[in-house]
Design a protein around this ligand. Structure first.
Ligand SMILES: Cc1ncc(COP(=O)(O)O)c(C=O)c1O
Length: 373
């Protein structure tokens, strides 16, 4: 079996696998509501919110669409695209309202002046991706929300690969709606998404949104700690266990661990003379959950990732869309360990050394950083 070092789905903890192997329960029972209650409580902590959290049976994209469509009573929304998932927000929002698509070269940082200009021109909402998984960049959530507040605009954030692995303080930052996917930093299997929604968002509620993704239906049922339609019950068993693991680790420790893993990967890469893909400005940061590295000359994507998979049984990601073959991405999210990170870097070094792309090892650099936790 492969070791998954991709930015989701992540490797599952044994406890989470076992949690799913049990008899079904009714979703209108006290037993299910207790699971729901715990999941909501823990997800609120991960989102950094005291407001509502709704769980949808559907992958992260279902959560993105629910967030946009349910709150699409706006004349125009600004969607920020500096990667594949920002582009997805544009394409979702275009189905529901007029969109001002702010497009930046994938891998580059968001220009906050352009965001301000778009809002000053009358957009009533802004949607952006916090951790752009396709490029390994952490976008400036707090700063975007601050600008939006000046114009009273609704703020919708994709936190799909940040919530549960990096710092997200939705209420404090002024984010009105945020989304997470189960298969990323939360460490659960794919198939669930959660949307956190504050009271203000309901001013933008559009009752003509898609039936299944209408968050008002989720809100009504949440009073009984239930979902409006039959949920993916085994995935709730898994999410429940995944969140127990987060509670045991402690969210702060978990964030520190994610940051340390990503830093170890970055410093290792830089020590070997490899180049990180994101171009940062003063507001952006490198992602703490996925690292995007430029493909060095002298090796193809197939040789690099293919050999790592066939010889080491380790799976990392390539670039998406026009970045195919140009970058490779190492996910360091969820319940992976130092051993997993080191094995991945050692395997990569071996493949790179055989192609004479690197000489000396930089594993000691990574190990020194990993020793911090
Ligand atoms: C930042 C981000 N947003 C959205 C998605 C889409 O989520 P899903 O594939 O679960 O629908 C992903 C998946 O990789 C993601 O990384």
């Amino acid at each position: 079996m492969d070791l998954l070092m991709i930015p989701g789905p992540v490797q599952l903890h044994e406890r989470i696998i076992r949690a799913m192997a049990r008899q079904m329960i009714g979703h209108r029972t006290k037993e299910f509501s207790e699971i729901m209650d715990y999941c909501i409580k823990m997800l609120k902590e991960c989102f950094g919110t005291k407001h509502d959290v709704f769980i949808i049976s559907g992958s992260g994209t279902a959560g993105m669409e629910a967030a946009i469509a349910s709150f699409s009573k706006v004349k125009r929304i600004t969607c920020i695209d500096n990667g594949k998932f920002g582009d997805r927000f544009v394409r979702i929002a275009q189905r529901y309202t007029e969109v001002d698509a702010l497009r930046f070269e994938w891998g580059s940082s968001i220009d906050l002046d352009a965001v301000e200009k778009s809002l000053a021109n009358g957009s009533e909402a802004v949607a952006f991706v916090h951790n752009e998984t396709s490029t390994g960049i952490l976008n400036p959530a707090k700063e975007i929300a601050k600008i939006a507040k000046k114009y009273d605009a609704l703020v919708i954030m994709d936190g799909i690969t940040s919530v549960g692995g990096d710092e997200v303080r939705m209420d404090e930052w002024g984010i009105d709606v945020a989304v997470v996917g189960s298969q990323k930093c939360l460490g659960a299997p794919p198939g669930l998404s959660a949307v956190a929604v504050n009271e203000r968002a309901w001013e933008f509620y559009n009752e003509r949104c898609p039936f299944y993704l209408d968050l008002m239906a989720y809100k009504k049922k949440s009073k009984d700690l239930q979902t409006p339609y039959t949920p993916a019950v085994p995935l709730f068993f898994a999410l429940h266990e995944a969140l127990k693991i987060i509670e045991e680790e402690g969210l702060e420790n978990r964030i520190r661990r994610h940051r340390t893993f990503a830093k170890a990967v970055r410093e290792w890469a830089l020590s070997l003379g490899l180049e990180l893909f994101p171009k940062l400005n003063e507001y952006s940061r490198y992602s703490n959950t996925v690292t995007a590295i430029k493909m060095p000359n002298g090796i193809t994507d197939k040789e690099l990732r293919g050999t790592l998979k066939s010889e080491y049984k380790i799976l990392i990601s390539g670039g998406q869309e026009h970045l195919k073959g140009k970058i490779f991405r190492i996910g360091t999210m969820g319940n992976i360990t130092k051993r997993d990170v080191l094995a991945t870097l050692a395997g990569l070094e071996d493949v790179l050394r055989r192609k004479e792309i690197i000489g000396e090892s930089a594993l000691d650099v990574a190990m020194d950083i990993l020793d911090e936790i």
